[in-house]
Structure formats: structure tokens, C-alpha cells
Design a protein around this ligand. Structure first.
Ligand SMILES: Cc1cc2nc3c(=O)[nH]c(=O)nc-3n(C[C@H](O)[C@H](O)[C@H](O)COP(=O)(O)OP(=O)(O)OC[C@H]3O[C@@H](n4cnc5c(N)ncnc54)[C@H](O)[C@@H]3O)c2cc1C
Ligand code: SF4
Ligand code: SF4
Length: 412
């Protein structure tokens, strides 16, 4: 059980409960009890926070808004000149760089790679173009982004851009509204979609079970072709079908409770979300998916609009049969808290590749793939919480999740 685990320094006398190590509790300049009051794992996802930001909650009769959140505009795009070594084409880093160079913000709260591992992070308040450029690329571990707010407050910065996952943005918005410490600071946010993040002490164990050469892995992404793509230092890309992962990697206990209790995959409280989920996967392109949510998000987009090759969203919305194909198995897995997970693959690699190949041609694409992925994860997380932490169900789960489960006639 991961409840109460906390890799960053903390005051052991205070019970934290579920925690994604967002970094706010390790700030020393205000009481940790106050940081905790803003924790999304105490306040729950969306609901009042969504209403505070947009003046309303997402509409239950709008299927796209229920999944993707409230938006002014959604489209797919890639940078005309992609940034080398970025996670996709580097839209996030380019927005941050432009926001800083144009004087819109005085600093950027984000992450650098840690010295020990290119997959691990350390929080940084980037205050030069070089420091912003060095923040590009994913660090697929829980990361204390919000710790840098202390540095920003000490430096009395007037405007700050925060790049974070949904838990960071939820906690930040609540804290800024509830307490006086950041009230003089104008904050812009770029959100990344985020799911299946891991504690750093589990990361290498997982990588060793995914890759034939974990020591040379330098970039990893779960792709729309139903495979994990792992790039290696020699330039080779290893592709592992989701269906052929060792069974022990489907054990929900390898993920932090926080991430299994996460109900905002698409970072719906950010000013602009930059991901890839609904973007078309094309050889030699790194198309991304942008969801502009607020006027501040529009201002951030305007900084880079001229550098984007833009495309309308594509794909067929309906993915019901694919969701239902998996739902029963997922619910049974979440219910069975004593299951044993073998290190063997259920499906050999060659068959997994054939299945991925077939699904990437016949299965959901574009917004259909994003729809499928959002629904799959919210079903998995709802039943994880229901069977393992039932007392958290009324706290964590936003109301649209139940409406979506009802669409599939799944039990509440
Ligand atoms: C664990 C994880 C899972 C993800 N899953 C999905 C997904 O399922 N679907 C999807 O569309 N997108 C997902 N993303 C986001 C996606 O991989 C890209 O980060 C995003 O599309 C931006 O690409 P870019 O080239 O513009 O980013 P870059 O220009 O390379 O910038 C990436 C930015 O993200 C920040 N960052 C990296 N890791 C973290 C972290 N752990 N916490 C907070 N900030 C971080 C970096 O510091 C940097 O500022 C995930 C990201 C992470 C970390
Ligand atoms: S998620 Fe953040 S606010 Fe919540 S307990 Fe952990 S460090 Fe504190
Ligand atoms: S999956 Fe959710 S809780 Fe976990 S790091 Fe990402 S946004 Fe935070």
C-alpha cells in the first residue's frame, strides 16, 4: 500500500494520506498544514475548482466536454521547427521560452533532469532561456514542481508560468485562491496530460521489465499505435506492444495510489493543455494536441501561433465497443486485491505486434482514441478506488465520472 508514502522531506507528525509529491508540502515559508488544506487528495478533483475557474462545471449533456474538459478551442499541431530532444515537437518548451523572452512572465516553475538519471526530475525556477530549454522532455516520475513557488515568492516575482500535471495545477489554483502567499503573483499554467506516473523507486524496476536494454533507454512514450516506444542512446527505437507486457506490469499496486485515484487525465484546470492523445500518429511527424481553456491560455498560444502547422481534430468519436471489450476484465482486476501477477507475457511479442498493428488500423483514432483512453482510465480508477479505498469514493470522484459509467451501464 502506498498511502502515506512521501519521498520528499516532510514533517512526520503530520498525516498526509494519499500524495503525489507535488512539492507544496515541502515549502518552508508557509505552514505545511495550509499546503495540505489545498491538496487535491483532500478536496477531490474538479467540481468546485472547475466552477471557480470557468464559472460553471462541465456540462453533463456534452460528451466531449465531459471527457476533455471545458475549452475555448481544440486542435492538433506541430512546430514548424521541432525542438530536438523535446518529448514531442517541443510546444510546451517553446511556449515557456516565448513567455519568458516576451516579458509575459519573469520565471518558469518546471523541472530539470536530475544528475543521476535522465528520467528523474528536480524542480527548478527557470529564469533564463537556457534554463527553460533544459527543462524539455518527460520525467516519468512523481515530481515536486510546486516546490519552486517558494523561490518565486522569495524573489518577489510578479508573473510566473507553471508547467505541471493535473495534480500540480489543481493544488496550485486552490492554494492561490485560499491563502495570501501567492496572491500578488500572476500565474499562467501550461498543463500536460498525465496518467500512470510512478514513484522513482519503482521506475527502474518497471523499465527493466519493459525494455531489452534498460541501461541505454533515453526516451519513452506510450503511443497511439498501442505500443510503448523506447528510444535508445544509439538512435534505435524499441517498440513493445501493450498486449505483450509482462503480466506483473498490470498489477495496479506498482502505481502510486495518487495516480490510480487521479480523475483529471487531461489537466482540465490548466490555461492550455498540450498533449498528443488525439493527434494523428504519422511517420516523421510529432503532431500534438492542444486544448486552449482560458483567456490566459489563448495569450500563451498567441505567442507561438505563427510557428505552428495547425490541423483540425480527426477521427470518429464512437469507441464504445473497444471500451466495453476491456471494462469487464479491468473491473475484475481492480476487485481482486489478492491476485498474483506472473513475470511472463500473456501474449508473445509477435502476436502482440500483430494485435497492435491491427488495432492501429481498425481501432479508434484521433478524438476516438482520446475518448477511449480517457474512458478506459476513468473506469479503471473508479473501480480501483471503489474496491481498495471505498471511503475515498465520495471525496475523489467528480460527478461526470458517474455519468460516463452510466453511459456504459456499469455498476456504481
Ligand atoms: C507521466 C506522464 C504521462 C503522460 N501521459 C500522456 C498521455 O497519456 N497522453 C498525452 O497526450 N500526453 C501525455 N503526457 C504528456 C506528453 O508526453 C508530453 O509531455 C506533452 O505532449 C508535451 O510535449 P512537448 O514536446 O510539447 O514537451 P516539452 O517541450 O518536451 O516539455 C515537456 C514539459 O513537461 C514537463 N514535465 C516532464 N515531466 C513532468 C512531470 N512528471 N511532471 C510535471 N511536469 C513534467 C517538463 O519539465 C517540460 O516543461 C504525459 C507526460 C508524463 C510526464
Ligand atoms: S500532493 Fe502535494 S499538497 Fe498533497 S500531500 Fe502531497 S505534497 Fe502535500
Ligand atoms: S497521474 Fe494524476 S496524480 Fe499522478 S502525477 Fe499525473 S496528474 Fe498527478
Amino acid at each position: 500500500m502506498n498511502i502515506g508514502e512521501m519521498p520528499e522531506e516532510n514533517d512526520a507528525r503530520i498525516e498526509k494520506g494519499i500524495c503525489s509529491s507535488c512539492g507544496l508540502c515541502s515549502v518552508k515559508d508557509w505552514p505545511m498544514q495550509e499546503s495540505l488544506q489545498s491538496c487535491v487528495f483532500k478536496n477531490g478533483w474538479l467540481g468546485k475548482r472547475e466552477k471557480a475557474l470557468f464559472g460553471r462545471e462541465r456540462k453533463p449533456d456534452n460528451p466531449e466536454e465531459m471527457r476533455f474538459g471545458i475549452a475555448l478551442e481544440r486542435f492538433t499541431a506541430q512546430l514548424n521547427h521541432p525542438l530536438p530532444d523535446a518529448q514531442w515537437s517541443g510546444i510546451v518548451t517553446t511556449i515557456a521560452r516565448k513567455a519568458f523572452e516576451s516579458g509575459l512572465v519573469d520565471g518558469v516553475a518546471t523541472l530539470h533532469r536530475s544528475e543521476g538519471s535522465r528520467f528523474f526530475s528536480k524542480p527548478v525556477l527557470a529564469m533564463s532561456t537556457e534554463e527553460i530549454d533544459a527543462s524539455r522532455g518527460n520525467k516519468p516520475v512523481l515530481s515536486p514542481v510546486l516546490r519552486s513557488l517558494q523561490t518565486a515568492a522569495r524573489k518577489k516575482l510578479k508573473t510566473v508560468l507553471v508547467i505541471g500535471a493535473a495534480c500540480h495545477i489543481h493544488i496550485l489554483r486552490d492554494f492561490k485562491d485560499r491563502f495570501p502567499y501567492l496572491q500578488d503573483m500572476e500565474i499562467y499554467t501550461v498543463g500536460i496530460p498525465c496518467v500512470d506516473n510512478v514513484h522513482r523507486d519503482k521506475f527502474h524496476w518497471i523499465l527493466e521489465r519493459m525494455s531489452k536494454s534498460p541501461g541505454t533507454a533515453c526516451h519513452m512514450e506510450f503511443m497511439q499505435d498501442f505500443r510503448i516506444h523506447i528510444k535508445h542512446t544509439n538512435g534505435r527505437t524499441e517498440k513493445i506492444p501493450f498486449f505483450s507486457l509482462p503480466q506483473e506490469l498490470s498489477n495496479p499496486d506498482i502505481f502510486p495510489v495518487a495516480c490510480m485515484g487521479c480523475f483529471d487525465y487531461l489537466n482540465s484546470l490548466s490555461d492550455i493543455t498540450v498533449g498528443y492523445l488525439a493527434a494523428r500518429l504519422l511517420p516523421d511527424q510529432n503532431r500534438q494536441w492542444l486544448i486552449v481553456r482560458t483567456d490566459k491560455g489563448k495569450k500563451l498560444l498567441d505567442l507561438i501561433n505563427g510557428q505552428l502547422e495547425r490541423h483540425a481534430e480527426e477521427g470518429i468519436w464512437d469507441c464504445r465497443k473497444y471500451v466495453l471489450q476491456n471494462a469487464e476484465r479491468v473491473i475484475a482486476d481492480m476487485k481482486n486485491t489478492n491476485a498474483l501477477y506472473s513475470p511472463d507475457r500473456k501474449i508473445p511479442l509477435w502476436l502482440g505486434h500483430a494485435l497492435s498493428w491491427m488495432l492501429s488500423r481498425t481501432g479508434p483514432k484521433g478524438i476516438g482514441f482520446a475518448h477511449y483512453s480517457v474512458d478506459f482510465h476513468l473506469i479503471r480508477h473508479y473501480y480501483y478506488i471503489k474496491y481498495r479505498y471505498p471511503e475515498q469514493l465520495p471525496v475523489l470522484v467528480p460527478r461526470h465520472v458517474r455519468s460516463i459509467l452510466q453511459e456504459y451501464n456499469l455498476p456504481l
